[in-house]
Ligand binder design. Structure first.
Ligand code: GLY
Length: 569
């Protein structure tokens, strides 16, 4: 298989020289699963996972590979891979030490609570989603460079050069990318103030996407580090773009941006140790809450996708998302009661009103109650394990497909629309239908609440699994279910990822169900006990690695993204 890949790459080089106007067969192919005794990268695009694998072959560690993959993704997966967004990285080194990096975007200093409301106090439709005002101050470049400063083994240029080459020489886009770019042309035309590489009357699979401006921005980062993005020419280009489009990000915002190392959240589930992301993501808190809420039930005995198991899991999801809406936000601005939310007694009490034969009503569930202690729909994910057994789980995002649709003129990268992840008004749902309150209200310099859930799992003190996903609010429930599919229901990882999923997020009071999830009988039984079901095509897109009992690594990409790729060494 690897030989075939190298042949593909040679053919690709030839194709670049004789670039054709018509579509050509793609010189790379995604592999949904791969196994390796050595190391593994699972990423949303084969060209990016191949970059990661190459870094590992050169002696880079998992953090080096994650950084190189992220830079490559900014080029080959523009819907979500980014320089103009933010993300979270959870790290477990082979000695068991863990760390978590928060490089979430921040509200610009000129942002204020009512910035998306009209004079009557009503949200102005799509103002927090489209165009310049929807962008938060980007965190990705600062985050990747900080991860490199602390953990990197290879020089930075080795990690950026592959992305520069992909941007400067171009790469043939996949069918899925062509379709997405075609669907977004109107928005690109509407919200951009300058021409960009993405504008074209009709894209087709195999067309070369060449991004010269992006290559130049990457070169500035290679030369000057964070200052190549947050200061100097790139920063000026961002601010000029803001001024043309009535955005509010300033040079001061950019210069002030810093990522933060955080202590990962760690919980237990039946002998597994689950390491996940603390706020400003809600992912870790909600995941650990849901796991603890279902732990007392014998889900395995009820059976995979049985009515009883789905009912219990959906009710736990409902309660965790109700707490998310009330209590979760940026801990630099709001005292998130993490200890109380993860307290076993609290979580037991939270399920006390669970009825085995009746759906709860979200109106009566609400957020949990406890004594507050005074002392106290786009994203992308990559899972990596290196030769030494170090593991990285990293999720990054522009929020929606291609973020706010604005490409920074002359700099070639898209800006996020992460401001929509704030609660723009208490109780008003965002694009994912999520509601929020004071904890996630807009404030200058604050990070908007995320659902990204990069997670690493240990068993008996050893690495067991690395997983995470894009997918907005459905990320947390996808990680929850894939983990339970393996550790509770005994599915192999491939089947666990492929299996249909369901999702309850408290409000709206319904279970979203993927087309291929749950039998007609189970659906009927769930409806009979009061659940409202809503079918969707698909939700979050998992990328996972499992360490198998013989020590080998099984990497699994998700069929929900045709470009997901597992690349073993
Ligand atoms: N923008 C999606 C998330 O962070 O949850």
């Amino acid at each position: 298989m690897k030989v075939a890949r190298h042949l593909f790459l040679v053919l690709w080089s030839v194709q670049i020289i004789y670039a054709q106007k018509t579509a050509v067969p793609l010189p790379y192919a995604a592999t949904k699963t791969d196994t390796s005794k050595l190391a593994m990268v699972v990423a949303p695009h084969p060209l990016a996972s191949q970059v990661g694998a190459k870094v590992l072959r050169k002696g880079g560690n998992a953090v080096d590979a994650a950084i190189a993959v992220q830079f490559a993704m900014a080029v080959v997966y523009p819907r979500a891979g980014n320089l103009g967004g933010g993300g979270f990285m959870v790290i477990r080194m082979n000695d068991g030490q863990t760390n978590a990096l928060d490089y979430r975007e921040k509200a610009p200093l000129a942002a204020h609570r009512n910035m998306y409301l009209d004079s009557l106090g009503n949200p102005i439709p799509r103002l927090s989603q489209d165009g310049h005002l929807a962008a938060g101050v980007p965190g990705t470049v600062a985050g990747l460079l900080e991860a490199h400063r602390k953990y990197g083994r290879l020089p930075l240029r080795h990690l950026i050069d592959p992305a520069i080459k992909l941007a400067a020489q171009g790469f043939p886009i996949s069918e899925a990318e062509a379709a997405r770019l075609n669907n977004t042309q109107e928005a690109f035309r509407k919200f951009n103030t300058r021409p960009s590489a993405f504008l074209k009357p009709q894209w087709q699979a195999g067309d070369l996407l060449v991004q010269k401006d992006l290559a130049a921005t990457l070169i500035r980062i290679r030369q000057k580090g964070a200052a190549g993005f947050y200061e100097g020419k790139t920063a000026q280009l961002i601010v000029q773009e803001m001024q043309r489009g009535k955005g509010i990000i300033t040079l001061e915002d950019l210069k002030a941006y810093r990522p933060v190392w955080r202590t990962p959240l760690i919980g237990q589930y039946k002998g597994y140790r689950v390491i996940s992301m603390p706020p400003s993501s809600s992912g870790g808190v909600a995941l650990l809450q849901m796991l603890q809420m279902v732990e007392p039930f014998n889900l395995e005995q009820y059976g995979f996708h049985s009515t009883k198991a789905v009912h219990i899991m959906a009710e736990a999801e409902r309660r965790a998302y109700a707490d998310r809406a009330e209590f979760l936000g940026d801990t630099d601005f709001y005292k998130v009661p993490i200890d109380s939310l993860l307290n076993p007694t609290y979580l037991k009490r939270r399920m006390a009103d669970f009825q085995p034969d009746k759906a709860s009503a979200s109106t009566s569930v609400g957020a949990g109650k406890f004594q507050l202690s005074k002392e106290s729909f786009e994203t992308e994910h990559t899972s990596i394990v290196d030769v030494q057994g170090n593991a990285v789980s990293v999720t990054t995002t522009l929020n929606s497909n291609y973020g706010c649709k604005v490409v920074v003129g002359g700099a070639g990268f898209l800006l996020n629309n992460e401001m929509d992840d704030f609660s723009v008004k208490p109780g008003v749902p965002n694009q994912f239908g999520l509601v929020g309150n004071e904890a996630n209200a807009i404030e200058p310099g604050k990070r908007m609440l995320s659902s990204m859930t990069p997670t690493i799992v240990e068993k008996d003190g050893q690495l067991f699994m690395v997983l995470g996903a894009p997918g907005g609010s459905t990320i947390i429930t996808a990680v929850f279910q894939v983990l339970l599919n393996v550790v509770e229901f005994g599915l192999d990882l491939d089947t666990a990822v492929n299996a249909g999923r369901f999702h309850h997020q408290w409000l709206p009071d319904q279970i979203l169900i993927e087309e291929n999830a749950l039998s007609p009988e189970v659906r009927k039984e769930l409806e009979a006990i009061g659940h409202k079901l809503q079918q969707v095509r698909y939700m979050a897109v998992i990328k996972a690695i499992q360490k198998l009992p013989d020590g080998s690594l099984l990497g699994v990409g998700d069929p929900r993204n045709p470009d997901d790729d597992a690349e073993g060494l």
